[in-house]
Design a protein around this ligand. Structure first.
Ligand code: CAA
Length: 379
């Protein structure tokens, strides 16, 4: 398998790296404190094309392949995982779903504005009572002839506070379980739809995570994405590519932690020597470097299968499982190298340690990735 970057992948990666280095990394500590990212950063990300990565060129996007996408996602996460999760959910879970399953009208309505970042997308599968067991969701939509009547609540929705379009999975037939799940494209101004409280989180504090409330919400019939009852398959297949974005995020956070650890170990002196001269420090650094490379290769393998039009369920889950575990360990070790300084907010590794935790939880927990891999292997 050849991962030699092509010209467009190299260029995109460089653009993402420069943006991360100059604009994301310096701002990330303050955004974490304020629990918000300034609007100008979203605007700049839009101008650079990051919100249009998964939007086809005919609708104003860059339409890059999955490999270039993964490389860009890693670089953005290296600068700010909070900004990256906004971008990856918008692209891989929402814009890509509309591109793949939308009608011509839906594509024309949403994609050009999503490509620039004027309209941000949110993906809403989880509920207060159904996270991992996604097929048991209870938010329900009734067919009222000329519209859907939606009632229920959704939880942990990334971009929830400022999104313009919400990909919402609802039950249209309780008895049919996951085959009774339908996907609706809900506009922010739908009557009866509102955005709930902003979650106070341990990490990724600058990312906006909300609950959504539907109280006799009226959603037009034209909001149906795909087929009635076909929503669960859309949810799952989008998560295959979404998980590549989260695995790339884990690699980016781990890379940032490694860079912090290396820089600290080279200047901090104890017992008359730099920390980098102690073999116990060197072993930690070596494990991080090996883990990051291995995880990156798994991410790129899954991405290259997707880019070639293949099914990457197993490979995406393998990449997410390995990368998120590796990244949590890398951030743990990077903080350990910092000692007491790693436990205070002045040093970026403290935030990286908090930010990385959720990579083992969202877009499917580590346990669910294990289950998916085992199912694929056992047949
Ligand atoms: N692609 C396409 N179809 C798929 C699929 C995939 N990857 N995986 C399953 N399906 C289909 C199956 O073929 C099956 O179809 P049929 O009914 O025709 O047979 C149907 O979906 C049901 O599949 P399962 O029997 O495998 O379903 P299950 O109830 O056993 O659940 C699961 C499977 C893997 C546990 C799934 O529920 C899951 O992935 N759970 C985790 C949920 C998750 O990742 N949530 C993340 C929320 S989004 C988020 O975090 C975004 C954010 O803000 C950052």
């Amino acid at each position: 398998m050849d991962f030699e970057p092509n010209e467009s992948m190299r260029l995109l990666r460089e653009t993402a790296r420069e943006f991360a280095e100059k604009r994301l990394k310096p701002g990330a500590p303050e955004w974490d404190e304020r629990e918000a990212i300034p609007e100008e950063i979203y605007r700049e990300a839009g101008e650079l094309g990051f919100f249009g990565l998964s939007v086809p060129e005919e609708f104003g996007g860059l339409g890059v392949d999955a490999l270039a996408y993964a490389a860009a996602m890693e670089e953005l996460a290296r600068g700010s995982a909070a900004l990256q999760v906004c971008v990856t959910v918008h692209n891989s879970l929402v814009a890509a779903a509309i591109s793949k399953h939308g009608t011509d009208e839906q594509k024309k309505k949403y994609l050009p504005k999503m490509a620039t970042g004027e309209w941000i997308g949110a993906y809403s599968l989880s509920e207060p009572g159904s996270g991992t067991d996604a097929g048991s969701l209870s938010c329900a939509a009734e067919d009222k002839g000329d519209h859907w009547l939606v009632n229920g609540a959704k939880a942990w929705v990334t971009n929830g506070g400022f999104a313009r379009v919400y990909l919402v999975f609802v039950s249209t037939n309780k008895e049919a379980a996951s085959r009774g799940i339908t996907c609706l494209l809900v506009d922010r101004d739908a009557p009866g739809f509102s955005v709930g409280k902003k979650e106070k989180k341990m990490g990724l504090r600058a990312s906006d995570t909300r609950e959504l409330i539907f109280q006799n919400a009226r959603v037009p019939k034209s909001a149906l994405l795909g087929q009635v009852g076909g929503g669960f398959k859309i949810a799952m297949s989008q998560l295959d590519s979404g998980r590549i974005g989260i695995a790339a995020q884990a690699v980016g956070i781990a890379q940032a932690a490694l860079e912090e650890a290396v820089s600290y170990a080279k200047q901090r002196r104890q017992f008359g020597k730099r920390l980098a001269e102690f073999q116990l420090t060197q072993a930690k650094i070596a494990d991080m470097a090996v883990g990051i490379d291995a995880a990156r290769l798994l991410v790129w393998r899954a991405a290259s299968i997707l880019a070639a039009g293949g099914k990457c369920t197993k490979e995406a889950s393998m990449a997410k499982l390995f990368a998120s575990r590796m990244a949590n360990k890398a951030c743990f070790d990077a903080l350990q190298i910092h000692g007491g300084n790693g436990f205070v907010r002045e040093f970026p590794v403290e935030r990286l340690y908090r930010d990385v935790r959720v990579t083992e939880i969202y877009e499917g927990t580590t346990e669910i990735q294990s289950l998916i891999v085992a199912r694929e292997v056992l047949g």
